[in-house]
Design a protein around this ligand. Structure first.
Ligand SMILES: [Zn+2]
Length: 179
């Protein structure tokens, strides 16, 4: 028996805008989160705008979430909320989410304008990973969004990169997100 898809079940309860047949942004975001949850359950560690788009098109009502630009926008919201890490159109689902969270942010620096530069690592460590946590950390500026992207680095290098960046960066803290 095939279990019902949670995103598809959610889609059945949502009504698109009658003028453009598109879901509201927050409704589309709920669908995206349901899809990401499902992908994590299936053991996936990465996804992409293209993959999400194709998956949506296979779901009943999935096209109402929108196309490439809208999906990328939704993924950026998910990254802002610490659900995924983005590198271009690709999203990391498993290890080291960005954003606040005591179990993932290891170190915070303040840049010259008060935005934080964070060092994140995965804790608990993902079971499928071969490398020890010390080899896996990322830095990310919440002001200008610079960082080492998906390339993990040892904690001492991440610490130096983040501290150097914080000393130079003048980007203001991000605007508060509305839920
Ligand atoms: Zn910065």
């Amino acid at each position: 028996m095939i279990l019902p898809d949670p995103a598809e079940q959610l889609l059945a309860t949502l009504t698109p805008d009658p003028f453009n047949q598109q879901l509201r942004l927050d409704d589309g975001y709920r669908v995206l989160l349901a899809m990401l949850d499902r992908q994590r359950e299936l053991g996936q560690t990465r996804t992409s705008v293209r993959e999400i788009h194709q998956t949506l098109l296979a779901l009943d009502g999935g096209s109402t979430v929108g196309h490439h630009d809208r999906i990328l926008h939704l993924l950026q919201m998910a990254a802002d909320h610490g659900e995924v890490r983005l590198n271009g159109g690709e999203a990391h689902l498993g290890d080291a989410p960005q954003g606040p969270g005591p179990s993932h942010v290891w170190i915070r620096y303040a840049n010259t304008a008060g935005a934080t530069v964070e060092i994140t690592g995965a804790d608990p460590w993902p079971a499928q990973s071969m490398r020890p946590p010390a080899e896996h950390s990322w830095w990310h500026c919440t002001g200008c969004r610079d960082g080492n992207g998906m390339a993990a680095m040892p904690i001492d290098l991440a610490r130096k990169a983040a501290a150097d960046h914080a000393a130079d960066c003048t980007a203001l803290p991000p605007l508060p997100t509305t839920n």
